[in-house]
Design a protein around this ligand. Structure first.
Ligand code: G6P
Length: 606
């Protein structure tokens, strides 16, 4: 998946496109490029690698075009090469940027090659430009042409097409991949998200699936899949946040780790009504109507759901299943005992999660979006929104969005437990008060950078390591392992500590680092036994533990002490040192912390 941007009208297109791409780089950073139409000719500049490689070229050129398109790529079809970077041009007359996958590109390519078209890349995208040239031989109306192009495409797409034959418009379309149109003063914009246009306009129209549009400098004519003119609502998105800066930190990730107390506090206040009651943004009736939940998510958000299941089932008695979105969407799930589906997504744009949510909606479940971006596709398509208030998260590895998601899920568990009468109003109040102390507890954990540094130094030499936890700390072990592997590229796996003896213990060999998450809770003695079993076989125990139980693991090689707190807050408190350890280990190894290889922040392809 990728990010696309387009501009037509007042303003210098190249500058506007580059500015938009800076805000879209979270969607991919394998390569980037822009194409503009000047003096009747198309010109394309592109570069592999980070956007800085493109700006190193564009900064030295003079552009005056008032129409253009741009792209930042996360490679799907075709390697990370200059030729595969977008925009893709055909016959010097059509140029396209695309996000998604054209699933029938092989057939189309063969057909177009048979018609004499020569391809310059291995991408699925390039067929769109050649198809446009081919179809334009017989169709000379831009709307009819666009309609004819999308009639030939299978798969998912959001694309913007610029053609010399139609120099005063952009031809855009979306199916499954997001696309928004921005309305400016004497100019229109298109982009994969509103943020990319936020320095130009706050007035945004979100295209719906199968919409297509002809965008000119003073109008956007939008059509639905039945080819009828569609009046899509214009929304005002929140003010331009500016390009988010690192604020004096070395990396966005480091900054975002430090922002967690605020992210949690803001999210908690969004979960609380004016009377000070924790409602999780849902009415008493809606909470009472919740009889069973399925949570749908990917990556780190999936692990937030796994923690939420422990809390919700324990505090409210409501059954919860948590599903990897990419699996759920193709299953025939049994939903008769369920009432609601919750899509958990920082971006609100992960295609797998969106499709899983639609699948659940088709099964008759009410939908809830637990998202960090209010106007995201998942938010717009859901019946209810439970917002995280983490602010823009730029580091590809999620940190503050994760703890904000946990804050929402614990709030929901408490509100649901109270509404269902499983916990008393007093207990709900007590849990809420406990939760209000969380920002300051998490704040205390931020002092762990220095104590964890020598541990990270040693860990950076490891080839592999394990994370162990139990109960609601098991998903934190999964998240800790994910953070370490995605940032430092060290192989890491998370296991439920009690499951070790059923197989994973075979992995233990002399000196294998085992990062052990330990709370002062009912299962702590059992976890300590599990750790002892690992240590007896040569594991090097690196202990992250609540102060009260830390001394009981006298066989640990390294100990990181954490503030004591209730079992419900422990997953938050253990997340922070796991994040810091991953961050420091990656820094030791010199990997790209904010933009790890092969990853993207928001994945809008299957
Ligand atoms: C990508 C990111 C992960 C993220 C996942 C889900 O894979 O690299 O960090 O957890 O998508 O993203 P979402 O925006 O849906 O939470």
């Amino acid at each position: 998946m990728c990010g696309i941007v387009g501009h037509i009208g007042e303003g210098n297109s190249a500058e506007i496109l580059i500015e938009g791409l800076k805000r879209l780089e979270y969607r991919g950073y394998d390569s980037s490029g822009i194409a503009v139409l000047e003096g009747g000719s198309l010109s394309v500049d592109k570069a592999t690698g980070k956007l800085a490689n493109l700006t190193a070229i564009t900064d030295h050129k003079k552009y005056s075009a008032n129409i253009g398109i741009g792209h930042t790529r996360w490679a799907t079809h075709g390697g990370v090469t200059h030729a595969n970077a977008h925009p893709h041009m055909a016959s010097d007359k059509a140029v396209v940027v695309h996000n998604g996958i054209v699933e029938n590109y092989k057939e189309l390519r063969a057909e177009l090659q048979a018609q004499g078209h020569e391809f310059a890349s291995d991408t699925d995208t390039e067929v769109i430009a050649h198809l446009a040239i081919e179809l334009a031989k017989t169709i000379n109306d831009e709307t009819a042409l666009l309609k004819a192009i999308i009639a030939r495409l299978d798969g998912s797409y959001a694309f913007a097409l610029l053609m010399t034959d139609f120099p005063d418009c952009l031809l855009v379309a979306r199916n499954a991949s997001p696309l928004a149109i921005g309305i400016g003063e004497g100019a229109y914009f298109v982009a994969s998200d509103a943020m990319a246009m936020s320095s130009q306009t706050q007035r945004v129209i979100y295209l719906k699936d199968n919409d297509y549009a002809i965008v000119r400098k003073n109008e956007a004519l939008i059509y639905d899949k039945g080819d009828q003119c569609a009046n899509r609502e214009e929304v005002i998105v929140s003010a331009n946040p500016g390009l988010v800066s690192k604020g004096g930190y070395r990396h966005f990730m480091e900054k975002e780790i430090h922002e967690q107390p605020d992210a949690i506090a803001h999210t908690l206040s969004a979960m609380t009504d004016e009377a000070g009651t924790l409602t999780a943004c849902l009415s008493e009736d809606e909470l009472k109507n919740m009889t069973g939940l399925v949570m749908l998510a990917a990556g780190t958000s999936h692990y937030a759901g796994l923690v939420g299941r422990y809390w919700i089932e324990k505090l409210s008695g409501v059954p919860v299943t948590v599903e990897v979105a990419s699996e759920y969407r193709y299953r025939a799930p049994v939903t008769s005992h369920l009432s609601h589906a919750i899509a958990i997504s920082q971006s609100g744009e992960s295609l797998d999660t969106l499709m899983a949510l639609r699948h659940a909606q088709d099964e008759g479940l009410k939908s809830i979006a637990l998202v960090n971006v209010d106007h995201s596709t998942i938010a717009r398509e859901s019946d209810f929104i439970l917002p995280t208030r983490a602010g823009p998260e730029i580091g590809v590895a999620s940190t503050k969005a994760f703890t904000a998601q946990l804050t929402v899920l614990l709030s929901l568990a408490i509100a649901l437990g109270r509404a269902k009468g499983v916990i008393s109003a007093e207990e709900a109040k007590e849990r809420h008060e406990e939760l209000q102390k969380l920002p300051s507890l998490v704040g205390k954990c931020l002092s762990l950078f220095e104590p964890l540094r020598p541990i990270a130094h040693e860990l950076s030499k490891a080839r592999s390591c394990l994370f162990l936890g139990r109960d609601s700390l098991f998903p934190i072990a999964l998240e800790g392992a994910l953070k370490l592997k995605e940032l430092s590229y060290i192989h890491a796996e998370g296991f439920a500590a009690g499951e070790m003896k059923h197989g994973p213990i075979a992995l233990i060999e002399d000196g294998l680092p085992v990062i052990s998450l330990l709370g002062a809770d009912a299962l702590s003695q059992k976890v300590i036994s599990n750790l002892k079993e690992a240590q007896a076989r040569g594991a090097k125990i690196i202990l992250l533990a609540a102060d009260d139980v830390a001394d009981e693991v006298d066989f640990a090689s390294d100990v990181c002490r954490l503030p004591n707190c209730s079992e419900y807050l422990m997953p938050f408190i253990l997340t922070v040192p796991a994040q810091i350890l991953a961050y420091l280990t990656a820094s030791e190894k010199g990997t790209d912390v904010d933009q790890p290889r092969n990853l993207a922040k928001s994945v809008t392809v299957e």
